[in-house]
Design a protein around this ligand. Structure first.
Ligand code: ZN
Length: 258
């Protein structure tokens, strides 16, 4: 597989989640269906995933629900066809080819596939890692994939870092949605893409620099959106808002929301 590596960045949806609108948009009503995105960057001899989507155990309802702790506030739409393993396979990769996993933050729909990549170096916000390891109580199950990753090689982030020291991948420290949220700026062939994770959960929140209803520190979240905008503007980056269906429809490859 390594003989033909191309430099590329792709994004694909590994299923969808159906959530209460009020959980993602201040004042939202009803339910909203959102893509669960994963980005795949192939660069030199590195195969980098940005987030890992939903747990493989949730495919087609799974043998049991790994998300029972969400108690009905979230349901998943996750099939074998749009699973991360299937979508990697379509691109000629198996999970053990993945060299690096950047987790934008420690929420369930970004960490679900972690267990597929024990050999990969985990890149994660230091505070998000610490939160996941120390969590107890009903929501502790959300952090199970990260607890299982303790023996993986790991780089923790407290500030921005140029991952390969060549300006191609910059991991950005953008706390507020969670205590250790990261964004990623990728520049390939003179084009830049800013991957937001959940720094902003919708395009309207991004434009308004507005914190989301579940942000742990709303003030910090607004500051992080502002900083992401500055970083993106400086290099005329396209901003990819992970759960924004309209943004997703412009960028999608592979299986996608209906
Ligand atoms: Zn999310």
């Amino acid at each position: 597989m390594y003989g033909q590596l191309l430099h590329s960045l792709e994004m694909f949806a590994c299923g969808e989640i159906v959530v209460l609108n009020e959980d993602v948009h201040v004042g939202g009503v009803g339910l909203v269906r959102l893509p669960v995105p994963v980005a795949l960057l192939v660069y030199r001899d590195r195969v980098v995933l940005i987030d890992t989507g939903l747990s493989p155990l949730s495919v087609d309802g799974g043998p049991f629900s790994p998300y029972a702790f969400l108690d009905g506030r979230v349901s998943t739409v996750h099939s074998a066809e749009n699973s991360l393993v299937t979508q990697l396979g379509r691109r000629g990769f198996v999970p053990r080819d993945v060299t690096d996993v950047i987790i934008t933050h420690n929420h369930f729909e970004h960490t679900g596939g972690m267990a597929l990549f024990p050999q990969a170096t985990l890149h994660i916000g230091a505070a998000d890692w610490a939160t996941a390891q120390s969590s107890t109580g009903p929501f502790a199950a959300m952090y199970t994939p990260l607890k299982m990753a303790q023996s993986s090689p790991r780089i923790e982030y407290e500030r921005d870092r140029d991952l390969f020291d060549d300006g191609v991948v910059t991991v950005l420290a953008l706390p507020g949605h969670t205590v250790g949220t990261l964004g990623v700026l990728v520049t390939l062939s003179g084009q830049s893409v800013a991957i937001t994770g959940d720094v902003a959960e919708s395009e309207s929140a991004f434009l308004a620099e507005a914190a989301g209803p579940n942000d742990v520190d709303p003030k910090q979240a607004s500051q992080s959106i502002r900083r992401l905008k500055e970083v993106a503007d400086k290099v005329s980056a396209t901003v990819w808002i992970s759960h924004q269906t309209a943004t997703w429809n412009r960028w999608r490859t592979g299986s996608s929301p209906s």
